[in-house]
Design a protein around this ligand. Structure first.
Ligand code: ZN
Length: 80
């Protein structure tokens, strides 16, 4: 086995690779606070090729939109 062979996957990409559980965790953390740049990258990279996590994220976005709408006053009652 050659020891000094070229690596095919760039190290930086390998560092960004996370599994679905980590992606799920990052997405739920993202609801409350802005993630550090590296974690956002890692999540983005994971979502690029993971259909199930993309679906999860779509659900989260939908839910947060609904929650935001519930927080806001339902009928705009401006008296002008
Ligand atoms: Zn995933």
């Amino acid at each position: 086995m050659p020891t000094g062979s070229h690596k095919k996957v760039p190290g930086i990409m390998a560092r960004w690779r996370i599994d679905c559980r980590s992606a799920d965790l990052l997405m739920s953390r993202q609801k409350d606070a802005r993630l550090p740049k590296t974690e956002r990258w890692a999540l983005w990279w994971h979502l690029r090729f993971c259909d199930s996590c993309r679906a999860v994220r779509r659900n989260l976005e939908f839910l947060s939109r609904v929650i935001r709408r519930l927080d806001a006053p339902l009928s705009p009652s401006k008296n002008d």
